[in-house]
Design a protein around this ligand. Sequence first.
Ligand SMILES: Cc1cc2nc3c(=O)[nH]c(=O)nc-3n(C[C@H](O)[C@H](O)[C@H](O)COP(=O)(O)OP(=O)(O)OC[C@H]3O[C@@H](n4cnc5c(N)ncnc54)[C@H](O)[C@@H]3O)c2cc1C
Length: 1059
Amino acid sequence: MCIRRLFQSSRLQWAWRAAFLQHIQCRHQGAPRWTHSGGGTYRAVIFDMGGVLIPSPGRVAAEWEVQNQIPSGTILKALISGGEKGPWMTFMRGEITTEDFLQAFGRLCSEISETRVPVDSFFSLLTSEQVAKQFPVMTEAITQIRAKGLRTAVLSNNFYLPNGKSFLPLDRKQFDVVVESCLEGICKPDPRIYKLCLERLGLQPSESIFLDDLGPNIKAAASLGICTIKVNDPETAVRELETLLGFTLRMVIPNTRPVRKTMEIPKDSLKKYLRDLLGTQTTGPMELLQFDHGQSNPTYYIRLADRQLVLRKKPPGTLLPSAHAVEREFRIMRALANAGVPVPKVLDLCEDSRVIGTPFYLMEYCPGLVYKDPSLPGLEPSERRAIYTAMNRVLCQIHSVDLKAAGLEDYGKHGDYIPRQVQTWIKQYRASETSSIPAMERLIEWLPLHLPKQQKTTVVHGDFRLDNLLFHPEKTEVLAVLDWELSTLGDPLADVAFSCLAHYLPSSFPMLRGLSDCDLTQLGIPTAEEYFRMYCLHAGIPPVENWNFYVAFSFFRLAAILQGVYKRSLTGQASSANAEQSGKLTEFMSNLAWDFAVKEGFRIFKEMPATKPVTRSYHTWAGPQSPRSTPGTRSYVPFTESSPAHASRAALVISPEGLSPPVRELYQRLKQFMEQHVYPAEPELRSHQASAERWAPSPLVEDLKEKAKAEGLWNLFLPLETDPEKKYGAGLTNVEYAHLCELMGMSLYAPEIFNCSAPDTGNMELLVRYGTEEQKAHWLIPLLEGKARSCFAMTEPQVASSDATNIESSIREEDGFYVINGHKWWISGVLDPRCQLCVFMGKTDAHAARHRQQSVLLVPMDTPGIKVIRPLTVYGLDDAPGGHGEVLFEQVRVPKENVVLGPGRGFEIAQGRLGPGRIHHCMRLIGYSERALALMKARVQSRVAFGKPLVEQGTLRADIAQSRVEIEQARLLVLKAAHVMDVAGNKAAAFDIAMIKMVAPSVACRVIDRAIQAFGAAGLSSDYPLAQFFAWARALRFADGPDEVHRAAVAKMELKHCI
Ligand SMILES: Cc1cc2nc3c(=O)[nH]c(=O)nc-3n(C[C@H](O)[C@H](O)[C@H](O)COP(=O)(O)OP(=O)(O)OC[C@H]3O[C@@H](n4cnc5c(N)ncnc54)[C@H](O)[C@@H]3O)c2cc1C
């Protein structure tokens, strides 16, 4: 059912929208002139009232005479009797009162008909609300005329009512000028009254068109040079007027078409039914159109006299018992209307299939605006915000309906909505599966394990989005919520998440326009998070923690729907071109769903029993000088061969021996490569770094990179959660990588050799997670291949950059480009000649909310305006060839497509970028420490002072012991942080991440410092890696965020837990 709904590019919609938008356009552009095909220019249309805008007195009289058995034509004769001086004309010039008129007119009628004529009754009918009602076709025409910027006037021969007011049963606001004969004392066809009207319009006769039903009035106007239309029936007159003006005056009912042959319904039978239902006023021809959408339940537009209705019926043929339940739609809409929820007014449910072949229901056609584009073009930011707020409020209203009072307690099952939905959509997906989609498989496993506890059972709409709402044309008020086909009782948060889907889709998304690449702050549209918080506030509930589950589920559901459409397109059941496209989109949707699953984390593992106590193995080897792994009691956590990733998720693997066989094998190969190629290359690499050629990449590094790549020891860093299909990397969990990364940390040169070095790793992860396909093709691939390098530019000399919200560099929009101006420093890697990409962070909107000001841009390094002022040094080390540069960005222009995720998303990206990537430094620091300790142990055993090897000095033994303890502590914390990231998600691991960032650099500094001390002066030289280790460990107490910031974070979280 919902499947087809997805492809409804249109919804019930009223042409006020077009008129409204045109009106806005006109306001901006000034009133245009409209030229008819004959070459004249019209600027106004003047309407007579009786016989043109409302029924003519003559016609009303004819019906009245039949009903009252008065000889036919009596009234008409009396109306024209006496000409200018007759009672009717004097009455219309306002010269006599109603009472006098009725007396004189009654006498005249009686004389004509030779019977008593109750003219009071005729007069009452003529002026009654029932009769004196403007023809809808004229209302539409006037709206369209004004929307095009033309003026309108009513020029009426009218009279005074007994209450002393003039008879003008029209909305005066429709007209720029109103001329009433009884007020002016002049009647048509007196030329003076036409001139008066033209004067008030400020126009020449040739600039206006006049419509009247009476020949003499028309003649008089024409003799003045006014273009005229004689009105016999309003519909024909409007068509003539359209020809003269050259534009349509009929409000096209949007998204309708003539009824399809196969969908025809018996018109006579329907008309009779409507007449019985609505009464005698529904005479005249019936217009019947079919809405483009509603293939599930065919939907029709009906215009009968002045009634506009919508009919929704079941499709013909044999149906599944629960499908196409128009009765349910009727029931819910009626109940909700009674409960005060804005819905179209339902009139009748007809379950008798004899009337039109199937059951159907009728509702009023609701005039209003439907906003199909969620970015709400053409509106002011405050209007947009108000529209989203109104949407939010109406959703709360639906969810707060008292089920008992509304009689809806049995409208669906209570509780377990999400579990049932998950199973339903898994089944639907399986039934239409065409090939295995990895993200769908993961979701099918993940969703049932992360089901939220349903807090409340309410009415749920099931398809709540902006384009299912009908808004007031002038106010931000929801007039009606449409499309209740999927409504039931359920978990209200499912509706809230579903209504935010557009926020996560791009604006170019084929079937549901999205907002993900729009600057919401600038547009005034609340972000999904703000929208969700707004809902909680309106609903008076605390924000739920597992919001991401609901979004993941919503996208999963859409993916399953799309897969169904795709399958049907393959079997030829669906003809839509969209259907085929849906195949590709299924994958896109499922990946989006998985992104949210990842954000939500792997909560299930949090619930698992604690890791079994294990006997810790120890390993103290570190590079060539260290002893190979010390034999000892090695115990490790068991793993399941079939699902190694899960095994390592379920329990903390504290030593490499606990890794799954394939990862253990990888670990062994890496270790071997380090021993065979990396450690032996260190002296040569060190001398290159000290040489004049150091700003060029070392050929040896390039050579080793090729070797490592050939051995599959490449791009090991990308975590499984970011790259679940292992498209780009080795697909290791964070814990698995922690063991391997520690090994790479043993040599300062190793990370680059395995393409696992910062800042490229963070940038690559950023591109995998947030980059568009084009951005990935352009930047990610060369980085993954190790052909290019990159840098990340955030820190600025003039502001405290440990607080990223301080960043001041400006990013300004100009002619489809972003123009950057800023001053950055400590930009690692910027000096490397291979550096092709700068991931730049700056401010796109200084007035947005604090965390929405920053954006991330991909800036090619060869863009004019980038000037590296100088390389900075760390304790005198310049870290060539990448270096750490101070850089000026002056009028640097990059195309707008180079923004990542969208403007204002910089903060979000920086946090995501620095999730897993940030503890890589900690993992490496354990490696530095192990290597330092290994070097120290080797040194103190071979060096003799004061008659004995240094190792026999108690202070050194104490230092060694202290270092071992500190390393073990730090490693366990690193592994724990990685483990929590794996099993509970990065968000849940925030505390552990902050703790290890506090701990690891300081531990490394202390351990390395002790090793330096044991080495004597040699420790400070570049003959050993210790001095460099120390410098980088020390630098990481800033580069990885200052210690104090992590301490502050830990304290904040710790205190929060206490309260
Ligand atoms: C070797 C190296 C490489 C780097 N690479 C990059 C790079 O590639 N790209 C990039 O953009 N930046 C890089 N940086 C910069 C690094 O990210 C910043 O130095 C860091 O964010 C701190 O910012 P700041 O230097 O402006 O210090 P400030 O923000 O000025 O902070 C100074 C000091 O104030 C104190 N402080 C700050 N906040 C708090 C708090 N909440 N509580 C208590 N005290 C506090 C701390 O002692 C802190 O060290 C690198 C730095 C180094 C040393």
